[in-house]
Ligand binder design. Structure first.
Ligand SMILES: C[S@@+](CC[C@H](N)C(=O)[O-])C[C@H]1O[C@@H](n2cnc3c(N)ncnc32)[C@H](O)[C@@H]1O
Length: 500
């Protein structure tokens, strides 16, 4: 097959599936398919694929099986699942409590691990699930994957990150495999569906008025223009105020079609605007009133979400009052227009991040050395997804007060979000250097070590965190983990690390 033919067939398949298929794989696949059918030229094969016949449909089915990557497992990405459970689903359940409906779509669900994980999560969140009308739909272009999803039978590999208690509760052993319980299987409906060729919303297929769409690790294989095309459909299928979660960074540089990004330490999620206008206006952005920050378990990505207040306490939590007194004071000048700063704080608390940014920026023009205002600005930017400006604001705060740990802590989270693990580790280490009693830094650094395959160091850090916590009153708040008490965190760490 010459280069032109190759480009042609690539383009043809991409237009049908959205996938950008690598030369090498595609070439051998197409050559072997053409040989099977006795086609001498790639044109003939493409023309055949274009016909509306059972044979061509069957061929697309075979082709999709070959060119798609169906890798999936239960509760894939624990951080995202924490967010789905504790933020997205809890919030939707509260919002829909009166009408008792919940509509979820797993788009590109492969063999079903993802929608079934959602079903299990819903079951755990809704003890009265029988009184609710819960719809969970799984779709995938690959019919074979959909057939396997319906069977609900899985091998060990699908459980590589799963808590054994989940397996015990929802699966039965069958012929060396694990069979998902009927009550969970019944919660999910599977359909073949192509995000590029099919129209969405699709009321006939029941894929409409969706509260939450999960479409992860699908767009990584797409051409950017196809991502935008599919995203527009997903956005239109969401209820106003509904949520979308994708794989990390899958929507980078893609126009968001009426969706607003909300940044959490675990992931960005997207929310469909309540207002009908396509582009978000600062006043119209729907954000939660408080930003969530995570407590990362000693196992990487197992996090408990807690709201992060606008003004984090620097003298409570893991620091004793004396230690706090010893802490060097910021060296900013006396503030002009403190009212503006208070307004920025209040706006931040209300979740009006763009307005908080506006006020804080104004305030900083007159008070460029106000360390707290830079920190506030950084948080507000992080919440709008602008990590670059968030990091810049941290740097400004550090230039003013290089001994303050909070900007480093923020930078560590930003680096994690950007996948810059080494930088994140360095920042957490600096936090510990500046504040040897900062429990969250130990816990989160430990999680990174665990994740990076150095559990020994991870355990050491958790032990250090436990030691500090043991010396604190159980009811003292933990710095950076707003609302979390030292005793609560201690119990959690002991349990999860099995250190007694
Ligand atoms: C890597 S799997 C992701 C499975 C699951 N979402 C997860 O994250 O574990 C990607 C899935 O996207 C599906 N896919 C690829 N192109 C698609 C399209 N145009 N429409 C629907 N699904 C598609 C593939 O068949 C494959 O099963």
């Amino acid at each position: 097959m010459n280069t032109l033919s190759m480009a042609y067939v690539q383009e043809f398949i991409s237009a049908h599936t959205g996938l950008s298929v690598g030369d090498k794989d595609l070439k051998s696949t197409v050559m072997s398919r053409m040989k099977d059918f006795g086609f001498g030229h790639v044109d003939e094969y493409c023309r055949f694929l274009q016909t509306d016949t059972p044979e061509s449909k069957d061929e697309w089915k075979q082709l999709c099986q070959i060119i798609t990557t169906g890798e999936s497992f239960f509760f894939r990405d624990k951080g995202q699942f924490q967010l789905i459970r504790n933020t997205i689903l809890r919030e939707l359940i509260e919002a829909n409590r009166d009408r008792r409906t919940l509509r979820i779509w797993s788009a590109g669900c492969s063999t079903g691990e993802e929608p079934y994980s959602i079903a299990i999560t819903v079951l755990e969140l809704l003890p009265d699930v029988n009184l609710w009308d819960v719809t969970i739909i799984g779709t995938d272009i690959n019919e074979d994957a959909i057939e396997r999803a319906r069977r609900g039978l899985y091998g060990d590999w699908s459980f590589r990150m799963v808590d054994p208690a989940i397996i015990d509760t929802y699966f039965k052993r069958r012929k060396g495999m694990y069979e998902l319980e009927e009550r969970v299987r019944r919660m999910v409906v599977f359909r073949q569906g192509n995000l590029i060729r099919d129209s969405y919303p699709d009321a006939l297929a029941g894929i409409c008025d969706i509260d939450f769409i999960i479409c992860r690790n699908v767009f990584i294989y797409f051409q950017p223009e196809n991502i935008a095309l599919a995203l527009g459909k997903l956005s239109q299928t969401l209820n106003k105020g509904g949520y979308l979660i994708t794989g990390h960074a899958e929507l980078q540089s893609i126009k968001l079609s009426g969706l607003v990004p909300i940044t959490y330490p675990q992931s960005i999620i997207y929310r469909r605007l309540v207002d009908t206008t396509d582009e978000p206006q600062p006043q119209q952005i729907i954000f939660k009133p408080t930003k969530q920050i995570s407590i990362i378990n000693v196992q990487r990505n197992v996090r408990i979400n807690r709201p992060l207040s606008a003004q984090q306490k620097t003298t409570v939590g893991t620091k004793t009052a004396a230690a706090a007194k010893d802490k060097p004071k910021a060296v900013w000048a006396l503030s002009v227009g403190e009212g503006l700063y208070s307004e920025a704080q209040a706006l931040y608390k209300e979740g009006k991040y763009p307005l908080a940014i506006e006020k804080a920026t104004k305030f900083l023009r007159d008070n460029p050395r106000h360390c707290d205002a830079h920190v506030l600005l950084s948080r507000a930017y992080a919440n709008t997804g602008d990590l670059k400006r968030a990091a810049d604001a941290c740097t400004s705060a550090m230039e003013i007060d290089s001994l303050r740990s909070e900007p480093y802590y923020m930078l560590a989270h930003i680096a994690e979000e950007q996948g810059k693990t080494e930088h994140a580790m360095e920042m957490f280490k600096r936090v510990i250097y500046l504040d040897a009693r900062c429990v969250p830094a130990y816990v989160e650094l430990s999680a990174i070590y665990e994740h990076e395959g150095d559990p020994k160091r991870g355990v050491k850090l958790v032990e250090a965190a436990i030691k500090i916590l043991e010396g604190l009153p159980a009811d003292s708040a933990v710095e950076f983990y707003d609302g979390v008490m030292a005793g609560e965190l201690l119990a959690h760490l002991r349990k999860s690390s099995k250190i007694k």
